[in-house]
Write a protein that binds this ligand. Structure first.
Ligand code: UD1
Length: 348
């Protein structure tokens, strides 16, 4: 990736989190100046140390809540000249969002509104939004392209991503000179190959791969595979897993597209995934193969709100952003395991 001669200053919300921290590393390595805002609701300041160990640079850090407009105004006033925002900060547990909808709507939507307002008020120009394949629901046709109709989400969390996209699109339309790209992620997994940063859920993981690595590390007794009666080769659900470092690169390319004036519209959307559907059992087997660790698992009933299968058509990202996932499932799983071993202090 090319380095910038004129340094652009980018605010990364949720930059201490899982995808955020990996993206900060790629931004710094490409030559961007990075400012992080995080409230550490599902992350720790340790990831900032990891970023510094990998890049040799410690990004400026603000501990604040993106849904707090006054705190955001203070941040933008102090930092001056923020050129763009990559907006990750959000609550993301699907099941929890069903139980606590107002918390999810308040936090995720207010944060997005505030970020768009900050761009307008302080003259920033670029927004990359962390969206999700959840906006497609259970699609009628697979793989999904960006033209696949969005469906009513199955959860308040999913709704916040769908409405978040709309808020950004409408604001960009009404503004002069703001560009935005929404990246619809499929299932990012894995960790930085240095094992300095990775996914560190506080409490019991909801997502598959951290649950697998914690089971392998002996933190969890058994992985429960949710649903064995889906319409798939082995009866378990299908997702499109890809490496988080590949996802981080997609954010940098999206920013570069806007900065270089290559956007075809002021608001654009790209799917980002491996472009391949894999079952839960295939993930488990691949993990066992690549790490040599046997997993204790059982197949149980379906998880409420889960869809059966989804994977991406990523040809638009490939032609327009010059992006595709480069790492294999096995490579991603191995980095996830190396990270877990480091966190747990497992040697071998
Ligand atoms: C979902 C959303 C995604 C969102 C993410 C946030 C969809 C299609 N995806 O991801 O947009 O960003 O939540 O957390 O709505 N599984 C098990 N056992 C476990 C954990 C998971 O069998 O202990 C299975 C799930 O049932 C699913 C697969 O593993 O079939 C992946 O689950 P997970 O990692 O939680 O991601 P999604 O539910 O796909």
């Amino acid at each position: 990736m090319r380095k910038f001669s004129t340094m652009q200053k980018i605010l990364v919300t949720g930059g201490a989190g899982y995808i955020g921290s990996h993206t900060v590393v790629e931004l710094i390595n490409t030559g961007f100046e990075v400012v992080i805002v995080d409230n550490f609701s599902n992350s720790t300041p340790d990831s900032i140390n990891g970023i510094e160990r990998i890049t040799g640079i410690r990004p400026s850090l603000h501990e604040a809540d993106c849904s707090d407009i006054q705190a955001m105004q203070k941040l933008f006033f102090e930092e001056k000249n923020i050129d763009g925002i990559i907006h990750f900060a959000a609550l993301k547990v699907v099941g929890e969002s069903v139980e606590r909808p107002l918390e999810y709507y308040r936090n995720n939507l207010l944060s997005t509104i505030n970020m768009m307002q900050m761009l307008s008020e302080f003259g920033g120009k670029y927004m990359v939004f962390s969206s999700s394949c959840t906006v497609y629901g259970q699609p009628d046709v697979l793989p999904v392209t960006e033209e696949t109709p969005r469906k009513l989400a199955m959860s308040p969390y999913g709704n916040t991503k769908r409405v978040g996209e709309d808020i950004i699109q409408d604001t960009v339309k009404a503004s002069h000179g703001i560009y935005a790209i929404a990246l619809r992620y499929f299932n990012p997994i894995g960790a930085h190959p240095s094992a300095e940063i990775g996914e560190l859920p506080l409490g019991k993981p909801d997502n598959l791969v951290p649950f697998i690595t914690q089971t392998a590390a002996g933190i969890r007794e058994k992985l429960q595979i949710f649903g064995g009666d889906y319409d798939s080769p082995d009866g378990t659900a299908i997702r499109d897993y890809f490496h988080v470092v590949d996802l981080a690169r997609a954010h940098v390319l999206a920013l570069q597209r806007m900065i270089d004036g290559k956007s075809k519209a002021t608001y654009e959307v790209f799917n980002v995934g491996a472009g391949k559907g894999v079952t839960v059992l295939q993930v488990v087997k691949a993990f066992e193969r690549v790490t040599g660790v046997k997993l204790n698992y059982e197949i149980v009933g379906r998880r409420a709100g889960d869809i059966e299968k989804v994977w991406a058509d990523t040809s638009l990202a490939q032609t327009e952003l010059g992006w595709k996932a480069l790492s294999t499932l096995e490579e991603a799983l191995l980095t996830a395991w190396n990270w877990e071993k480091r966190v747990k202090g497992i040697k071998n």
